[in-house]
Every structure is written in structure tokens, then in C-alpha cells.
Design a protein around this ligand. Structure first.
Ligand code: 13P
Length: 245
């Protein structure tokens, strides 16, 4: 499997930031891992042509292909921009927009139907972890959010503990190992053999300084990076660490 270094720019970035994508592509023009940037929606079309070495994805899609849904974008529309991935079920969407596992499942299905690779996000809150409920929460989210049609080619899972996002806090390497091994096991029971090659990303406060340790954990096949993906200077050492893992 080719590992994946993915950046989620969230609601950051204007046209002047496209140069960061071009720089990353130039620095990794023969990368041994897949590189992805998910910019905000208004940058999708120019981002696609910013570098031939960086894949582009959206941060959300609607579950329907078209219709009366003001302000939303559908998976076929994202595909039409030349983007190849879409993130669904990020914890910020689950919180800000009340997205449920069933909604995330429908979005992931729409994404795959449109020919996009869906990055399905799951992760526990600090309260879940303190309650000893982490693995139960992950199981529930996987069962609810990952559609039966998901394959290793069409789907990526991102494990993002909510309390580690944008906080500078990260789980211990043992906690990451436990979560990722559990996710692999659960997906195997849920989807069968294809789960063995499905890429499992860790996300939450990944930086150049901690990336190598995180990528050495079994069943960590890449990262979904927020803040440290906004500049080529910060993202490059993470890509390098993944290539060396
Ligand atoms: P940070 O890397 O800024 O913690 O964000 C992680 C994230 O939410 C990526 O989707």
C-alpha cells in the first residue's frame, strides 16, 4: 500500500497560498508516498493545477448528487474540479453541523459513487477517553459511518482524537497503537479482506517533531495534518518522515 500524507487546510487559505502546494510538489516530485492537500472549496480548481505531484481533495460533500441545497457541493461537482479525494465526517463537521454517523455514511457512499476517494474521520472526545469508552466509540463510528461498499482503493480512515486536534496534545504511542490495531480488526470483521490494505491515518497535532515516532506505530499508514499542512516548510518534514518510515 502507498502511504498517504494528507493536509486539511480547514477554513484557511486564499489564492496566494496555492504557492505552498506548488512548492511541496517541487520538493517531492518523485515521492514514494501519496501527497494530498484539501484546501477550502474556492481553491479546488486552481489547486488541481498547482502541482502534478500533489493530489487535491475537498473537505466535505453533500450526500445527494444535485438539487436544492443552497451552499452545499456534491461529490460529482467535486470530481468535476479534478479533485480526487474528499474528507467526510471530520469532527468539526460533526460538531458544527450536527453530522451523524448515518449522514457521514451517506456522504462517503456519494463520494465513492462519484469516483472520489473518501477519507472517513472518526475519533473519541476527551470525555469518552476518560470514561474508558474510546474503543466502544470507535466501534460505533466505524459501524455507522463506513459503508459496506468501502474498499482499500476507495476509502481511507482517519483516526483523529477530538481532544488532540489543534491542541498540541497527542495520545501516547501506545494509545495510538491500540486504537489503530482495533480499527484494523474492526474493519476486517466489517468489510473482509479489503481492510488489510485500507490506509489508516492518524490525525491530531502532527508536527515535523513528532511525525517519525507516530509513523513507526503499527497500522499507521499516514497522517491527516491540520495546522502543520498550511505551509510547505512545516509540511515537508512530515512527508519526509513518512517516506522514511
Ligand atoms: P491539527 O493538525 O491542526 O491538530 O488538525 C488535525 C485535523 O483536524 C486534521 O483534519
Amino acid at each position: 500500500m502507498r502511504k498517504l500524507a494528507a493536509g486539511n487546510w480547514k477554513m484557511n487559505g486564499t489564492q496566494s497560498d496555492l504557492a505552498q502546494i506548488t512548492q511541496i510538489g517541487a520538493a517531492f516530485d518523485a515521492a514514494s508516498v501519496d501527497i494530498l492537500i484539501c484546501p477550502p472549496a474556492q481553491l479546488l480548481i486552481p489547486a488541481v493545477t498547482a502541482s502534478p505531484h500533489v493530489a487535491i481533495g475537498a473537505q466535505d460533500c453533500h450526500a445527494s448528487a444535485s438539487g436544492a441545497h443552497t451552499g452545499d457541493m456534491s461529490a460529482p461537482q467535486i470530481h468535476d474540479t479534478g479533485a480526487t479525494y474528499v474528507i467526510v465526517g471530520h469532527s468539526e463537521r460533526r460538531t458544527d453541523h450536527g453530522e451523524t454517523d448515518a449522514m457521514v455514511n451517506a456522504k462517503a457512499t456519494a463520494a465513492v459513487d462519484a469516483g472520489l476517494i473518501a477519507i472517513i474521520c472518526i475519533g473519541e472526545t476527551l470525555q469518552d477517553r476518560d470514561n474508558g469508552a474510546t474503543l466502544n466509540v470507535l466501534a460505533q463510528q466505524l459501524t455507522g459511518s463506513v459503508p459496506a461498499l468501502a474498499t482499500a482503493q476507495s476509502t481511507v480512515i482517519a483516526y483523529e482524537p477530538v481532544w488532540a486536534i489543534g491542541t498540541g496534545l497527542i495520545p501516547t504511542l501506545d494509545q495510538i497503537a491500540q486504537a489503530h490495531a482495533f480499527i484494523r480488526e474492526h474493519l476486517t470483521a466489517q468489510l473482509g479482506a479489503t481492510a488489510a490494505d485500507m490506509r489508516l491515518l492518524y490525525g491530531g497535532s502532527v508536527k515535523g517533531s513528532n511525525a517519525a515516532d507516530i509513523f513507526a506505530v503499527p497500522h499507521v499508514d499516514g497522517a491527516l495534518v491540520g495546522g502543520a499542512s498550511l505551509s510547505a516548510q512545516d509540511f515537508a518534514p512530515i512527508i519526509t518522515a513518512l517516506q522514511n518510515a
